[in-house]
Design a protein around this ligand. Structure first.
Ligand code: FE2
Ligand code: FE2
Length: 251
């Protein structure tokens, strides 16, 4: 087995462990307070500033990340995870799209007027892996002690794998057995936000009901979300949204 494969296997074992997300508290952990809290504020500000002189993409990006982090934290609580797990998930997921501000990108690639070309799409898709690399590089250079902390593993995993699919057809080709609940949740809540976002080629926002039905692959035979999500978790998410919004998704 090559070194690359060995590393990949180890990484899979580490992330597929849901007790990890309950094993510390981002708010009060000594190491994270000393080495990460102020850096996180700086990183969040850098994301907000991205494109500030052109298309203001950073504002949208940070708002999206905030919604995804909050929604995932709520779903974790809804299915019985602790408040600490929800807080840790939020602190990790607020940065899940940091790869979108990688030096490789100009802000305009994220606000195209038309659908992206296949090259643009391929470049956009790299943001998850690039983001995980950025986080790793930051840790190596600025706070190497954090690399053995579970929050490092969780944040890197959410960043790298939030576009994976349960059927194994995501960017890193991981499948159900490789993906812990918190990653499966990040995939669901991130997709919900993307499906609802207004785009130049889709000026009318989908309603929550339309978005969730699309994610459940109910209305469209050629639905790209067929087989993408953990069905039990998606069902729970639908239940949560039905209660929250007082709507019925299946009728
Ligand atoms: Fe993403
Ligand atoms: Fe995202």
């Amino acid at each position: 087995m090559s070194i690359e494969n060995t590393m990949h296997e180890n990484e899979k074992q580490i992330i597929n462990d849901d007790s990890l997300i309950e094993s510390y508290d981002y708010r009060y952990d000594d190491l994270l307070r000393a080495q990460l809290h102020s850096a996180d504020r700086a990183m969040f500000s850098a994301m907000f500033q991205f494109g500030i002189d052109s298309n203001q993409f950073g504002k949208r990006l940070t708002a999206h990340q905030f919604r995804v982090a909050r929604e995932g934290a709520r779903l974790l609580r809804f299915i019985g995870f602790s408040k600490i797990a929800a807080i840790n998930f939020k602190a990790a997921t607020l940065f899940h799209d940091i790869g979108k501000i990688n030096d490789l990108y100009k802000p305009q690639i994220w606000t195209l007027k038309d659908r992206p070309t296949s090259e643009q799409k391929a470049l956009q898709k790299r943001h998850a892996a690039l983001g995980a690399d950025m986080w790793q590089e930051w840790c190596v250079n600025e706070a190497p002690e954090i690399r053995t902390h579970p929050h490092y593993t969780i944040r890197r995993a959410v960043t790298k794998y939030h576009h994976e699919r349960i059927d194994g057809n995501g960017p890193e080709k991981l499948s159900a057995a490789d993906l812990p609940v918190f990653i499966r949740i990040s995939c669901i809540v991130d997709a919900y936000d993307r499906v609802r976002i207004k785009r130049p080629h889709r000026p009318k926002r989908r309603t929550p009901k339309e978005a969730l039905r699309r994610m459940m692959a109910l209305d469209d035979a050629q639905n790209k979300y067929e087989g993408a999500f953990d069905v039990d978790l998606l069902t729970k998410y639908v239940e949560m949204k039905e209660q929250e919004l007082d709507i019925r998704i299946l009728q």
